[in-house]
Ligand binder design. Structure first.
Ligand code: AMP
Length: 176
């Protein structure tokens, strides 16, 4: 875990003052680091039935595709508004200033399918909570949510646990 943590680059004051941006591109660019990351993200779900991984745009696509391949299941993209070509279901979520929307294809999930959520990082949990709502509204059951990085002070993992969602992260960082 410490080896993987050393591969994450921290960029102070990006994209705005006060934010410590945890840049996982340096981890993904390292062959052994990427392999170990995908293996460890998938590990808690190897013995659990999973029908599909839902990856959140954009870094959740890189990780989600690899985790899905490892678990031998399908991949479903959750994208920013207006990007998916077929009919969609949308879910609003709060940002610090204003709101954003993520979308899923309306026929991406069949009723009762077991879905694993994948993203690079959980902070306030707003994005992951919107993904939980989208998957539930689509008829899916959430098996869990797996991340590289947790920022526990922002309460996202706690929020997921309060919704009854099993959540895993490979490492955590203090602060924002
Ligand atoms: P949240 O909805 O607050 O849990 O934010 C999670 C999303 O925002 C993830 O998709 C992350 O990629 C991104 N994000 C939030 N905070 C950071 C941070 N400090 N460093 C890198 N990415 C972040």
């Amino acid at each position: 875990m410490n080896d993987l943590k050393r591969l994450v680059r921290t960029i102070p004051d990006y994209p705005k003052p006060g934010i410590m941006f945890r840049d996982v591109t340096t981890l993904l660019g390292d062959a052994q680091g990427f392999k170990a990351t995908v293996a460890q993200m998938a590990e808690p779900y190897r013995t659990v039935p999973v029908d599909a991984v839902a990856g959140i745009e954009a870094r959740g696509f890189i990780l989600g595709g690899a985790v899905a391949d490892r678990l031998g299941c399908g991949f479903i993209p959750i994208r920013k508004k207006g990007k998916l070509p077929w009919k969609t279901i949308g879910q609003e979520y709060a940002l610090e200033y204003g709101v954003d929307v993520i979308e899923i294809h309306e026929d991406a999930i069949r009723k009762g399918e077991r879905i694993l959520i994948v993203d690079d990082l959980i902070a306030t949990g707003g994005t992951a909570e919107a993904a939980v709502k989208l998957i539930s509204r689509s008829g899916g059951t959430i098996v869990g949510a797996t991340f590289i990085v947790d920022l526990p002070e922002l309460g996202g993992a706690k929020k997921l646990r309060s919704l009854g969602i099993d959540s895993h992260a490979l490492m955590s960082f203090d602060g924002h």
